[in-house]
Design a protein around this ligand. Structure first.
Ligand code: GLA
Ligand code: GLA
Length: 701
């Protein structure tokens, strides 16, 4: 689908899927990648959340002029303004919003409208307390914060879809409105009676009969046997069956997807197809399966915050790659901080230059929009100390100039960025079920699945300069290397797909704890990696939580294991042991820590230990060499990030110096800087460069 409109300001907006472009290049095939989400005005959405309802109308034009001067072309509005849009039950007032949209348009902005359902009005909380969220201890939320509604409340759904419908009736065919954000960072579940009824119905849909549930959850254990679905407690924590606890996550996913889709459906029933429908999410948020959430949304959008103000750029890159993976398509950065947040114990500001630098990082990883939160310090309300572009006096804070500089970069680079999307030859598999299953029973408190994911991502990203994060059921064939760091939950159909990938010539690398459980969180009745044990030709004999480092030696040199170690046992004659444990607890001593097996043109490798960072780097380098994956721009320093966006016949590098000293860029012949700070071949501290590669002179990947 490709949809185009022209706004009153003749900004053109394209939304939707543009087929992967085959850039004229001699480079080896890279993963197909789909550009692009939206092009606004200069080809890129750049702007801010704006809360006109918080300020006198006489001020609006001043704000909008300052936005325009910063280079903004987009505002997101209305996402908390329910009490203003529906001041009394069933009475709607959009006149102020009409005027705000008109003012924004006059200043050259296009508009993203938020449905206000994260912040229901006080009349609703008072008249219908049954809509209020109940926490796991049975306490009902009160008015005054946000997200105080129950995700299961049918009455709340009714109110939410009604306001969404009213908004869509008014603005769904309005060319000034380019898209919709549903709610705002949905997430916390509710444990009210309606949720309990919905839970029983969910389990019935999932299992059909109670006998199947009893079987899948092994409820003969501790006399848990259930006669009916409504006997099953609604719990997300505590001494409960792991099957129940994992299914609670599935229930949360199901309910939140349904909640968001109820509003999406209400909007789409009325609105033009050119308007996108999304919701804004929080990176590793464990509240629901984000792949499932995005299946029926038009684009992924997320809110990137660096709460401690000390960015770990590689880890933050993984956040973006995860979000790109939701739809395997470019995404929107719906919110990001002007310098600082206000919701952690110590809200350190980013250093000068880093706000701009992080915007470019998002773009390198596939963002087609960067919007700030917030525009101006609200005089009161819970977020008075948050980073903003303007102070309470309405004058720019120091960060404003940095953002304006970004606006200048973007107007230079946007035409080239249009129609491009990030490329990668390495894929990493992220599985919500696996993450939840491990978090529910870490066994070693330090086995944080996100830290473990990033421990693999870090050396792979640094060495390859491009990693896509994908769900386990994605099409993997184009990636010569696929790494699943801890694929704890693995179903038979998923194992079959992975087997086909290996037989097709790919290299699948599994990390510890892989292939242990099915999707009811039950142990596979065969040893790890369960349904992949035959393909691997080896099994995990035993796993050990570690409280001290264990020596390892092998093909990739000497290493140590911490946190987790598994002993492997080859069952097929053609399995090669690539690492063994040294002396430690007697059980591990001399036993295989990692094995690999060639399968046709492909390969499967299992690494049973959490390795130290230096060993991970050597391992990643070896795996990439074996897969013939070279860096896009070799020879850059350790603080320099390189990302490539490709499409529409163009190859662009986004290069960022995250460091505090200048870096030298070994650019290939024919490379041409089109935006940023490059002086000769020197990139200053916190400097960025957008570089167009000459197709002929482009480095061969
Ligand atoms: C206690 C209980 C057992 C079992 C063990 C596990 O001893 O009586 O049922 O839970 O702990 O260590
Ligand atoms: C989230 C919310 C915003 C705001 C910011 C502050 O991203 O979506 O409304 O509260 O946090 O960091």
């Amino acid at each position: 689908m490709k949809l185009l409109i022209a706004t009153a300001m003749s900004a053109s907006i394209a939304l939707g899927t543009v087929p992967a472009t085959t850039a004229a290049t001699t480079a080896a095939p890279v993963a197909p990648t789909v550009a692009t989400t939206a092009q606004v005005g200069p080809g890129f959405a750049f702007g801010t959340a704006w809360y006109p309802e918080q300020w006198p109308e006489a001020r609006w034009d001043v704000d909008l002029a300052l936005m325009k001067a910063a280079g903004f072309n987009t505002v997101r509005i209305a996402e908390f303004a329910w009490s203003r849009m529906e001041p009394a039950e069933g009475q709607f007032d959009f006149a102020w919003l009409d005027r705000a949209i008109a003012a924004a348009t006059k200043a050259g902005m296009v508009v993203v409208l938020g449905t206000p359902t994260a912040a229901p009005p006080a009349w609703m909380s008072q008249r219908y307390p049954d809509i209020l969220r109940v926490d796991e201890e049975g306490r009902r939320a009160e008015h005054g914060g946000r997200r105080h509604f129950s995700f299961a409340s049918a009455r709340y759904r009714g109110f939410a879809t009604r306001i969404a419908t009213e908004m869509a009736r008014r603005y769904g065919r309005d060319p000034r409105v380019i898209g919709w954000q549903i709610d705002n960072e949905v997430g916390p579940p509710s444990f009210d009676n309606e949720a309990k009824v919905r839970w029983a119905a969910f389990l019935q849909r999932r299992y059909g009969t109670i006998a199947v549930l009893n079987d899948r959850w092994s409820t003969q254990y501790w006399s848990q046997h259930y006669d009916t679905f409504d006997q099953v407690p609604l719990r997300q924590t505590g001494q409960q069956n792991p099957g129940l606890l994992l299914d609670f996550k599935h229930f949360q996913t199901d309910t939140w997807v349904d909640y968001v889709q109820a509003q999406a459906g209400a909007i789409r029933a009325v609105a033009d197809k050119r308007q996108f429908v999304t919701t804004n999410t929080m990176f590793w948020n464990a509240g629901f399966d984000h792949f499932a959430m995005h299946r029926d949304l038009d684009l992924a959008a997320w809110d990137n915050y660096i709460p401690d103000g000390r960015p770990d750029w590689v880890a933050n890159g993984a956040n973006h790659d995860l979000v790109r993976g939701y739809k395997q398509r470019n995404f929107w950065l719906m919110e990001t901080q002007p310098a600082r947040v206000d919701w952690v114990p110590l809200n350190r500001s980013l250093d000068a230059g880093q706000t701009r630098e992080l915007a470019w990082q998002a773009i390198g990883h596939g963002a087609d929009a960067v919007l700030y939160w917030a525009w101006r310090s609200a005089l009161n309300g819970q977020e008075q100390y948050h980073g903003a572009l303007l102070g309470p006096d309405g004058q720019p804070f120091p960060i404003y100039d940095e953002v304006r500089r970004l606006g200048a970069d973007l107007s230079a680079a946007a035409p080239a960025l249009t129609g491009t999307a990030p490329v990668a030859k390495v894929a990493m598999i992220y599985s919500y079920d696996s993450r939840w299953a491990i978090d529910l029973q870490r066994h070693s408190r330090d086995f944080d699945p996100i830290k473990q994911f990033v421990a693999w991502y870090r050396p792979l990203r640094i060495a390859s300069q491009g990693v896509h994060v994908l769900p386990v059921d994605a099409d993997l064939a184009v990636y010569p290397l696929v790494v699943a760091p801890a694929l704890n939950v693995l179903t038979r159909p998923e194992a079959d797909r992975l087997t086909a990938y290996v037989r097709g010539g790919g290299h699948l690398v599994l990390g510890p704890r892989s292939g242990m459980k099915d999707d009811a969180n039950a142990l596979w009745p065969q040893r790890q990696p369960g349904p992949l044990a035959g393909l691997l030709g080896a099994t995990v004999d035993q796993y050990y939580a570690l409280d001290a480092a264990v020596p390892i030696n092998g093909t990739y040199g000497d290493a140590t294991a911490t946190i987790w170690a598994e002993t492997l046992k080859p069952t097929a004659p053609d399995v090669a042991v690539i690492a063994r444990y040294g002396p430690s607890n007697g059980w591990l001593d001399g036993r295989p820590a990692a094995v690999t097996r060639r399968v046709g043109k492909g390969r499967i490798t299992y690494v049973g230990a959490w390795l130290d960072p230096a060993a991970m780097t050597r391992l990643a380098d070896g795996l990439l060499r074996q897969a013939a994956v070279a860096p896009i721009l070799p020879g850059v320093g350790p603080d320099v990030e390189v990302a490539e966006r490709r499409g529409a016949g163009r190859r662009l590098l986004v290069v960022i110096n995250h460091g505090v000293v200048p870096a030298t860029l070994p650019l290939p012949v024919g490379a041409r800087a089109i935006a940023g700070d490059l002086a000769g071949t020197t990139l200053p501290a916190h400097g960025i460069a957008v570089v167009a590669l000459d197709q002929a002179g482009a480095t061969k990947r």
